[in-house]
Design a protein around this ligand. Structure first.
Ligand SMILES: Cc1ncc(COP(=O)(O)O)c(C=O)c1O
Length: 441
């Protein structure tokens, strides 16, 4: 495409995209924000200034005020756009700030949105609790079924279809091309949350999406030090609307966080390829453990249709192209206690609300990321009490596996102990009355 406008890095030189165009993701990442020119900094400097001098009244300086644009943020925006051969990208203070701007820019009271039922819990909360109260109607669908999206679209009223693939936390896949066709039927836009794979492993815009959505807080920054969000598009008019919305609502990313994100971006390709390869190995090992009900990872698709989507959409070398997130289901009647025991026993992996960092991280979605999702939708999306999400890191794979083995031993002991308790008391109703906090403690 190559119709991006290039930005100055605020120190009198343009960033690398001005001097050479690269097509390989690893090269684009390594060169993210680097400068050129005699005596100019190689690395995009952190420009912490909130405002910029003007030659005179009416000056059209590229950067005027850092709520509207900033050279460090612009360097990150250039790199993210280049990764998807896009017209531009717009960066925000978090993934949810980016989604908020997208919804504000595309939806009005009385409009309708279709959203996948399997998405990050904060996205569901935003659509239901904030945009629902602003008069936007929404329908949550099983987005693995393109027909369900098609049937949910209301011609003339549906303005946005929002999917996440692989979905958080069940890793269900949506056929992006089919979703784009369904959206187009009513003139709606298709937004794809590509946080889990990033543009290294999946390029939604190449598959017909109008906008790629990112929590850059995750894999893109990759070191758990800076929150951020980004919207990437090939549509200049949509980008203009998004920038205008950001200017009006003030959700731009802080320059320091953009600078940290640029630094993380340099190793993105390397990290996600290695983490995906380890995740595939971890998923295969977990699948052999009889204590685990189900192992979700796109390298082990649940049916032929999902396999076809993974083969078509995911990019990169075989064995390292399906992402670093693996989700397991510790089943049975005591799922919550078993999942809690698993998490508690880990010594290497950390229990946090996060994915995409250098360390292996585990999350219990039902009580953490998806706690605010209505229980019926959580059940429909398959987010059970026994689900544990694992974001595989950069550690030696055997050490990750040894730690997970510790978790599985503890889970088995917890499940056995609980069934022993039942044998003694037989009081199932008293167990059910315990709160998640009590069970996890
Ligand atoms: C897939 C996905 N999208 C969006 C978000 C929201 O991003 P942020 O936490 O940066 O607001 C998250 C957060 O966990 C996420 O996992």
């Amino acid at each position: 495409m190559g119709h991006r406008t290039l930005s100055s890095n605020g120190f009198g030189t343009t960033t690398s995209t001005a001097t050479a165009r690269h097509s390989d993701a690893a090269t684009i990442c390594a060169h993210a924000g680097i400068g050129s020119g005699d005596g100019q900094p190689l690395v995009t400097p952190l420009c912490a200034s909130t405002t910029f001098c003007r030659d005179g009244v009416g000056s059209q300086a590229e950067h005027q005020y850092s709520r509207v644009s900033n050279p460090t943020v612009a360097a990150l925006e250039d790199a993210l756009a280049q990764l998807e051969d896009a017209a531009g990208s717009v960066c925000f203070g978090s993934g949810l700030a980016a989604e908020t701007a997208l919804f504000l820019a595309t939806l009005r009271s009385g409009d309708h949105a279709v959203c996948a039922r399997s998405v990050y819990g904060g996205t569901t909360r935003l659509i239901r609790e904030i945009f629902g109260h602003l008069g936007v109607e929404s329908t949550f669908v099983d987005a693995t079924d393109a027909k369900a999206i098609e049937e949910a679209v209301i011609p003339g009223r549906t303005k946005l279809v929002f999917v996440e693939t692989p979905a958080n936390p069940t890793l269900e896949l949506t056929d992006i091309r089919a979703a784009a066709r369904a959206a187009r039927q009513s003139g709606a836009l298709l937004a794809v949350d590509n946080t889990f794979l990033t543009s290294v492993l999946q390029k939604p815009l190449d598959l017909g999406a109008d906008v790629s959505v990112y929590s850059t807080t995750k894999f893109i920054e990759g070191h758990s030090v800076a929150t951020g969000g980004a919207l990437v598009s090939r549509d200049p008019a949509l980008l203009e609307k998004l920038r205008f919305t950001r200017k009006c609502t003030g959700g731009i990313q802080a320059p320091f966080n953009a600078w940290e994100t640029l630094r993380g971006l340099k190793t993105l390709a390397l990290r996600v390829q290695r983490q995906s390869a380890t995740a595939e190995r971890v998923a295969a090992w977990l699948a052999e453990r009889s204590e685990i009900g189900v192992v979700y990872h796109p390298s082990r698709p649940r049916d032929v249709a999902q396999r076809a989507i993974a083969d078509r959409q995911h990019l990169g070398a075989k064995g390292s192209r399906h992402g670093a997130v693996v989700t397991i289901e510790l089943g049975g009647e005591y799922a919550l206690a078993t999942a809690a025991a698993f998490c508690r026993a880990l010594k290497l992996c950390r229990l946090v609300e996060h994915v995409g960092s250098t360390e292996t991280l585990v999350t219990h979605p039902a009580t953490m990321t998806h706690a605010d999702v209505p229980p019926e939708q959580r059940a429909a999306a398959g987010v059970s009490d026994g689900l544990v999400r694992i974001s595989v890191g950069l550690e030696e794979p055997d050490e990750i596996i040894a730690d997970l083995a510790r978790g599985i031993d503890a889970a088995r002991a917890a499940a056995t102990g609980r069934s022993g308790e039942t044998g003694r008391s037989g009081d199932a109703s008293s167990r059910q009355r315990r709160s998640p906090a009590e069970v996890c403690a």
